[in-house]
Design a protein around this ligand. Structure first.
Ligand code: WTA
Length: 651
């Protein structure tokens, strides 16, 4: 079998995996004492990392390295920096090295390779295009692009001139895009005519056009990806604009604390919140987590399969690898197009060294004919990563053996949109790598597992995961235009500790994450809140009441299920279909409920609160508890009757 070829980067000892001598010798970080060393003075430690890892125009004064006035805190205050200079300009000494390998979905189209020199040229030009359309420092630019090189170019161009980008996932609907444009009050939108998915061109411009109606958007720059003619005065062609401007744009010197981007994410309320990330702190953590978690070196090719519409795409498909001077591989399309061997062929063809993906993808590939994987040579791989949801042992072992050939460490990174970079995981050169366990807090950071009152739980007991001061440099700096939401979501419960909303416990001195403790779910790795989905369904004029809960799904991890009380109209398969497409138009197909059940009544408490946990129990055939607290306990038996015979768990 070819896949067993390659250097062994791990060894097994005491039922765990550890870095091999070869790994320890070559790794960027292999000192297990780094944890205790860093915690002697975490601020000084991060100062050292920021100084060594980044290029600053001016350094901060040490007394301002970390200024904490909770719930806000600032890193490297007074430091001056430009983010695009750190991603591109400073690698110009090696300008012929590859920055980006872009693999289009159609197999007859050739990959596009961009060297650092070429990327530099394009970023500068696009920065001038933005300026031409009057985008200034501090303005917000909406980006609604699929995985194409222009997404990276546009983001870096924003950073060059001090504009703040707000990327919106291209599978989100026109309504979702509109809401984000309105909240950010963006003047300009960068989008494309479409993209290829599973062999077919999909339009994006139609959604973009509908989204910008009655918003602040004045100009739209359109990438020509599928050859569609886009008419209208507001719409400008990306390439034509690029050809028409100067090839150099002076980088705007920013404060370390200036915002670099906003990314909207789901919380427990219906409205997505704009998570704000700063420049210097975010850059420091993106750089060092790449270097130490994944042992990323400038000569490596890293492939993070996440879409740029999510935080993982921002930090590990684009920014982290570039800050490190490495090569990032980006693939446009579906994982099984034209066949389920596509991903593995890409790894073989482009000799990918670091591969970072989500458990949902791992589970999907675990369930296909394994010959699609076995026929490819994956011996270039050195480090594997996973992110987004807890990974079970069977999937972990499959990933380890089948993809890693039993040679590569698996880095199970725990983090969030809010944290900007990874916070808890094992370092490739340090170990140990234990199935289902994320590991330790990144050096210089600390987490605790506490009870409702904020006291540490007994070792091994389950509790709530919190982060302690000093808070990570890459942490969010607020919720855009919403101080209250920022305080309520992250600081209300524990005051001096950041509330992650995740559950966890300690296992052999390492942190094991059990998942969200609020109404946020992970569907195929995508973050969604039950409230957001409920709001969307509720907007439909036929709907009187709705509850959404998630149930376990073999591949997606979780799948949303909706219970709907109709105002009028007859429950039918057809209406279920109609409501599902209604969700597509409100949020996007990623949020589409797997099933919608029409019920007469939802189980509610006397105060009118829907008891979702009862619905959840019914879905998985468990005895629902707490029926005494309901005003309408009879609703439960009726719903149970509807669910019986549906075989929902098997679908
Ligand atoms: C979950 C994704 C278990 C967690 C980077 C968190 C994980 C949420 C892991 C954030 C992991 C992320 N193990 N659970 N390794 N990584 N999560 O904002 O519940 O899309 O709160 O960021 O994903 O999701 P988000």
């Amino acid at each position: 079998m070819v896949k067993k070829k390659g250097i062994k980067w791990v060894v097994k000892r005491d039922g765990m995996y550890w870095p091999s001598e070869a790994m320890k010798k070559s790794a960027n970080m292999s000192d297990s004492k780094i944890y205790s060393k860093s915690m002697k003075n975490p601020v000084a430690f991060w100062e050292g990392l920021a100084r060594e890892g980044l290029t600053w125009e001016k350094e901060w004064e040490s007394k301002n390295a970390y200024v904490e006035k909770l719930p806000y805190f600032e890193w490297f205050k007074g430091g001056k920096i430009n983010f695009s200079v750190n991603c591109v300009d400073r690698h110009m000494g090696n300008s012929s090295r590859t920055a980006l390998i872009w693999v289009p979905e159609p197999v007859d189209e050739k990959p596009i390779i961009l060297t650092y020199g070429e990327l530099y040229n394009k970023v500068n030009r696009f920065a001038n295009v933005l300026k031409k359309y009057n985008v200034k420092k501090g303005d917000i630019v909406s980006i609604y692009l699929p995985m194409v090189p222009e997404a990276l170019i546009a983001m870096l161009a924003c950073a060059r001139i001090g504009a703040i980008h707000s990327v919106v996932f291209s599978a989100f609907s026109a309504d979702a895009l509109k809401a984000r444009i309105q909240d950010a009050e963006a003047k300009i939108l960068i989008t494309s005519d479409g993209y290829y998915r599973r062999g077919k061109p999909e339009s994006l411009i139609k959604k973009a056009k509908s989204a910008i109606k009655k918003t602040t958007i004045k100009n739209v720059i359109v990438v020509d990806r599928i050859g569609k003619k886009v008419r209208g005065k507001m719409f400008k062609d990306f390439e034509t604009e690029m050809a028409d401007v100067d090839s150099y744009a002076k980088p705007e010197i920013m404060n370390s604390e200036d915002p670099l981007f906003i990314l909207y994410t789901s919380g427990t309320t219906g409205k997505p919140k704009g998570v704000v990330h700063d420049t210097g702190g975010y850059a420091a953590q993106a750089y060092w987590t790449c270097k130490w978690n994944f042992d990323l070196k400038p000569e490596d090719t890293m492939w993070c399969t996440a879409d740029v519409g999510w935080i993982t795409g921002h930090t590990y498909a684009f920014y982290g690898p570039l800050l490190t001077g490495a090569t990032s591989l980006v693939y446009e399309g579906g994982p099984d197009f034209p066949n389920p061997g596509r991903w593995w062929k890409i790894i073989q063809d482009h000799k990918v060294n670091i591969f970072y993906t989500a458990p949902t993808a791992i589970r999907m590939f675990m369930n296909i004919n394994q010959n699609w994987i076995k026929k490819y040579d994956l011996s270039s791989l050195r480090v594997l990563g996973t992110v987004g949801e807890p990974i079970d042992k069977v999937s972990w072992m499959w990933y380890f053996n089948t993809i890693g050939g039993g040679r590569c460490p698996i880095i199970d990174t725990w983090w969030q949109t809010e944290t900007g970079g990874t916070l808890i995981n094992t370092l490739a050169g340090v170990g140990p790598f234990v199935p289902t366990i994320s590991g330790k807090s990144f050096p210089g950071l600390s987490h605790k597992i506490v009870n409702e009152e904020g006291h540490s739980v007994k070792k091994g007991n389950k509790g709530f995961l919190v982060q302690q001061s000093p808070f990570a440099p890459s942490m969010l700096h607020g919720v855009f235009k919403n101080h209250k939401k920022y305080v309520d979501t992250y600081w209300k419960k524990y005051k001096t500790m950041y509330d992650t909303s995740d559950g966890a416990y300690m296992d052999r001195g390492l942190i094991r994450i059990t998942g969200r403790t609020d109404d946020v779910m992970k569907v195929a790795g995508h973050r969604l809140s039950t409230a957001e989905l409920e709001n969307a369904i509720h907007d439909n004029s036929l709907v009187l009441d709705v509850a959404v809960v998630s149930m376990p799904d073999k591949i997606k991890g979780e799948a949303p299920i909706a219970f709907v009380v109709l105002k009028s109209g007859k429950a039918s398969k057809n209406l279920e279909k109609k409501l599902k497409s209604y969700v597509d138009s409100k949020i996007g197909p990623t949020a589409r409920p797997r099933r919608i059940f029409f019920v007469a009544d939802l189980p509610k408490t006397r105060s009118g609160k829907i008891m979702r946990r009862i619905l959840k129990a019914l879905l998985v055939n468990e005895e629902p508890k707490g029926l005494m607290t309901l005003v309408n306990p009879e609703s439960v038996a009726k719903i149970d009757l509807i669910l019986q015979g549906q075989n929902i768990l098997k679908k």
